[in-house]
Ligand binder design. Structure first.
Ligand code: FBP
Length: 287
């Protein structure tokens, strides 16, 4: 959204009567424009780059970015994560209705090397476009982890200068990792987000509430949100989101489980109930 919507340091006040430091400015997620009641529901739509056209086959209308921008106008959605090109073409028409999460790095599926992600735009460029937050992938465990962490540091510090919250797509993967969804691995991913200075850690669902609790504990003040994953049934998906919220998670960043549905607004209604109204998956579906 426009700069009027971005929280400024002067509005952030104090924590425990101690003024916030320059580096804590965006930590209270409650004050960020990408949050509602301290929770986050980001629609991710960078799949055309990350996975290619195959992700749009199930619902061909989802090829059209405008359809997803329209979906992101839903009240429950606190941000839309897209790459630079989509932001440049479409965001100017939606800046009053949609919060932009500028996904700074990303790589196509055409290249099969050790996990890595090119930085495709700068924080300055994203801020010029009116971004409300930045998103950045870190593949911990990849042979490219060191370079990616250095690139993250540059982006994170620039984001602090622009008062933009930092969402880390924290996805351990690489030749050394046999199971990237084990509880300990997801907890490590959440911890990396804390250690490296993210405000929000987007991690894969480890498969249980207990696994998510460990990740939340490891992340300390960093808000942990679940990464959507491939499309599953309404009930299975909502139950995983419910487990994440019960574990102390703060929401979700989701792509395929929204735009691969014929009626994305219906699942967003249900997600609103589970994330913001603390309803169960079953209640959300009955509503
Ligand atoms: P989904 O909800 O569709 O899983 O999207 C979340 C996301 O992180 C996207 O931002 C990204 O394009 C994709 O997952 C990456 O998927 P993968 O884990 O297969 O690389």
């Amino acid at each position: 959204m426009t700069s009027d919507h971005i929280t400024t340091r002067s509005t952030l006040g104090k924590v425990n009567d101690v003024p916030l430091s320059k580096y804590q400015v965006m930590r209270p997620l409650e004050d960020a424009s990408i949050a509602r009641d301290g929770k986050v529901l980001i629609v991710a739509y960078d799949h055309g780059l990350e996975h290619g056209p195959a992700d749009f086959e199930a619902v061909p209308e989802s090829r059209d970015p405008e359809r997803v921008f329209e979906v992101a106008r839903h009240d429950a959605v606190t941000g839309l994560a897209v790459q630079k090109g989509i932001a440049e073409y479409y965001y100017p028409s939606y800046e009053d209705e949609v919060n932009l999460v500028a996904k700074l790095n990303g790589t196509s599926n055409l290249w099969m090397g050790e996990p890595d992600s090119a930085v495709n735009w700068s924080v300055e460029h994203a801020a010029d476009l009116g971004a409300d937050a930045i998103g950045f992938t870190l593949y911990g465990g990849s042979n490219h982890e060191v370079e990616m962490a250095e690139e993250f540091a540059t982006a994170q510090e620039a984001a602090r200068d622009h008062d933009l919250p930092v969402v880390m797509w924290s996805y351990p993967r690489g030749q050394g990792l046999k199971n990237d969804k084990k509880d300990e691995v997801i907890a490590y991913a959440a911890r990396q987000a804390l250690e490296l200075g993210a405000d929000v850690a987007k991690v894969k669902y480890p498969g249980s509430r207990e696994g998510m609790e460990l990740a939340v504990e490891m992340a300390g003040p960093v808000k942990v949100i679940m990464s959507g994953g491939s499309k599953v049934s309404d009930l299975e998906f909502l139950r995983s989101v419910e487990a994440v919220m019960d574990a102390g998670g703060k929401g979700l960043a989701v792509g395929r489980n929204v735009f691969q549905r014929e009626n994305p607004r219906q699942i967003l209604d249900a997600l609103e109930a589970v994330i913001f109204e603390e309803r169960s998956a079953e209640e959300a579906l009955e509503a």
